[in-house]
Design a protein around this ligand. Sequence first.
Ligand SMILES: Nc1ncnc2c1ncn2[C@@H]1O[C@H](COP(=O)(O)OP(=O)(O)O)[C@@H](O)[C@H]1O
Ligand SMILES: [Mg+2]
Length: 443
Amino acid sequence: MSVPLLMADLVHLAATKSPESDRTWYLLVLAPRPCPAKPAEDAEPSTEAGDLMPLNDVWLLYTAPVEHGDFLRLLFEFGSRGALRWDLHDCYTVTEKSLGVGGCGTVYLGQSRMRLPAPKDTAKVDIPAVPQVAVKKLNKSGGVTEEINIRSEIEFLAVARGHPCISALFGVFCFHEVGSAEGRRGPSIRWTIVMPLYSEGDLFDYLAANGAMKETAAATLMLCLLSALTHLHRLGVVHRDVKAENILLANNKAVLSDVGIAAFLKDEEAMQRRVGSPGYAPPEVVTDLPYDEKVDVFGAGAVLYFALSNTLPFPGKTLKKVLELTARCKVKYDPALFGDFSGSIIQLLKALLQKDPTKRPSAKKSFKALWTMASQKPEIQRSSVARITLQAVDDFDSLAATRLESMKSNGHKPGWTAQMLAFIARPRFTGVTPKKFSWGSES
Ligand SMILES: Nc1ncnc2c1ncn2[C@@H]1O[C@H](COP(=O)(O)OP(=O)(O)O)[C@@H](O)[C@H]1O
Ligand SMILES: [Mg+2]
């Protein structure tokens, strides 16, 4: 049995305190939101948020008596698998410091309010207790459209979770904003996604501040990116917006983020839609041909080109010019910019930027080629980041296989399964008994 968590409203209350200890029985209510229908393209923006739709199933979960800290960790686990929480301001303080602005929202620095005692039974970082986080507040654009967009972003974050170079999901929250009901028929809600903080910002800003990268740094960056893409592609997910603004940096590691316009490879309609970002989108997208996961490989090539030269492969003053240059795909390698790099990294770059997607290597093949070449360098050999990218490519074969299996049985929806129950808080949490009652985005 599996309780669907993706976009399931989660509320909880403390039921009874255990007379013998300071543990409490809690009651959790999980109500999966029905997926709202997509409004017609010419329809007026809807004012009705999805929270007015009737609910189908509601799940009630009772816990065994647990300590408060363990209960908070359980809520966190549910949130990181896509359950929708309403207690953002109990968990985090959202500061006014903006970390970045994208097409879909603004990301702010947040501080955790959870004061958790250290867990007794794990040596791992206690994620719910990390002091600082990034909080992405989605723009307000109309209830149903926002809900459809965030549902998709959350779904892909939850599906792809666990890879060290893919942005993790800490939780999805919504709240009623003061004054936001003005002029609307029903209640209006504000959606937020909480993620780990990547303290060095995005690659675009890094290159603007520091100029082009040295070959070793660019190789480490690409090991991270290609390892992340290998994982996504194995899960049948195409990112569709690989670009410098969506690559975040922290502790010499690069992390792929913003799965806001990702799509499943098997979604034939999505694999024809012209989305992504001009300058990074490949010829097959700008010429409106059907495409596949190789669009991300091309995006990775544009990122490598940018990292090595601080210019994009198709520099045009207007959108029209960029698209024309992309469609032709005659990439220039100015010796003044690329002359100092090794032949092998230039060879990889040219392979990633191949016009014909069938000739472009897969993310995994590119990763392996880069690894073989880069691991000759002592700095890469010593780098723990480089090692984890390789380990992820090797280990995640089995993780992806398990994830694919559970996605098949669960219709792609991240759920809460018996396997996960074992993962949460083994001996102390065995008493849970579920009871059944166009650029589409230029972000
Ligand atoms: N976890 C994070 N840590 C630090 N900065 C972030 C984080 N997530 C996003 N940002 C910054 O915010 C910008 C916009 O975030 P993003 O998720 O790409 O939003 P959008 O979907 O609107 O493009 C990014 O380009 C980056 O500069
Ligand atoms: Mg973005």
